[in-house]
Write a protein that binds this ligand. Structure first.
Ligand code: NAP
Length: 322
């Protein structure tokens, strides 16, 4: 197993460092926040405030470098990576992949980059919010591009599996379209719902129960993070917002004209059942030789069918598809 160098030690980077150590990997990290460095060190982790120092170690050890900072800080961090370890094995955990992929091409073009995105988190930030088991049972998207370095891809897959996530392979564009619908649109809808509820005044908020608190939970996330994530996925998010507005418009029209909401409610109910059915479906095992010429297409096909990689033995990935 390679060593791991984590840049950014907040909720996600801090969880990556904890999980790596728990899984027996040699891992260290650096971050800008002196509070996060102090807290990480106090818990016995190998953390510092100087990215260049952490990257020098990564160069010496040929470590896998994990960028775990918010999207607006990615350019600055990539410049450090390119300056200190120009050919680094590089991945990231940023919630939108297109802008990071483009930034790597622009600012650190010689790195061997394979994007990643763990689909786990909380609405709180910083080292203190992280946990060693944050990724257990979660999906970890690994971006598969036609020019992906398969050896680095295998390392990223191995790390995600070591921290007990399962790997969902997808292209950058497929990832961004999907998360526009299931993550970024929910953040926008949560913001709208929270504001609409608050407009109802103290009585409405006093009556708020599960449907309101569940639906608005992610509106409690640090606004800068949500904004960076949603604005960074503008094109895909616009498609999802258009779809939602169309459905809301149809619901509004129907409510105003006939008083009926059956179509909207029944479509939502069926869609929620489909989610449950996909999650509990019997899965078929598939093996993929990561060294084979068709590996990238085979990986993306697994992801497109809602499947996942569940183990890796050398260059042989075992996947399950529904
Ligand atoms: P976070 O808790 O706010 O932590 C970010 C860390 O990065 C902080 O220590 C921060 O220090 C540091 N940082 C910021 N700019 C930096 C720079 N230029 N150089 C070095 N360190 C810098 O954020 P997070 O929730 O872990 O998010 C990190 C990434 O994970 C984001 O790209 C996000 O999209 C992605 N992600 C988040 C979630 C989630 O649920 N939150 C889930 C999956 C993926 P300062 O405090 O000084 O800024």
């Amino acid at each position: 197993m390679p060593d791991l160098c984590v840049l950014g030690l907040g909720l996600i980077g801090g969880s990556v460092l904890r999980a790596a150590k728990a899984a027996g990997w040699t891992a260290w990290g650096a971050t800008r926040s002196s509070d996060d460095v102090t807290a990480a060190r106090a818990e016995g982790f190998d953390a510092g405030g100087d990215l260049d120092v952490a990257l020098e170690r990564a160069r010496a050890a040929d470590a896998l470098v994990v960028v775990a900072v918010p999207l607006p800080a990615v350019d600055e961090v990539l410049r450090r990576v390119a300056a200190v370890v120009p050919t680094a094995k590089l991945t990231d955990v940023v919630s939108v992949k297109g802008p990071v992929h483009d930034a790597v091409r622009r600012l650190a073009p010689r790195t061997r980059y394979v994007g990643g995105h763990p689909m786990a988190g909380t609405s709180t930030s910083g080292w203190g919010a992280g946990r060693a088991d944050l990724f257990r049972g979660a999906a970890w998207v690994v971006a598969v591009e036609d020019d992906s370095d398969m050896a680095v891809l295998a390392e990223v897959v191995a790390f995600a599996l070591a921290v007990e996530a399962h790997v969902v392979p997808a292209s950058t564009a497929e990832h961004d379209a999907a998360v526009g619908r299931i993550s970024h649109l929910p953040h926008v809808l949560a913001a709208v719902l929270a504001a609409v509820g608050a407009d109802g005044g103290p009585l409405a908020l006093a009556l708020a129960a599960g449907s309101f608190t569940d639906g608005t939970r992610v509106a409690g996330t640090r606004p800068e993070l949500t904004q960076a994530m949603c604005e960074g996925n503008r094109t895909a998010l616009l498609d999802a917002v258009d779809d939602a507005l169309g459905r809301l418009g149809a619901a509004r029209g129907s409510l105003a004209s006939t008083g009926g909401l059956a179509k909207t409610i029944e479509a939502g109910h069926a869609a929620r059942k489909a989610l449950d059915a996909q999650r509990s479906a019997v899965r078929t095992d598939v093996t993929i030789d990561l060294d084979s010429p068709g590996a990238r297409d085979a990986l993306r096909a697994v992801g497109a069918r809602g499947g996942r990689i569940v183990s890796l033995d050398g260059a042989t990935a075992r996947a399950q598809t529904s």
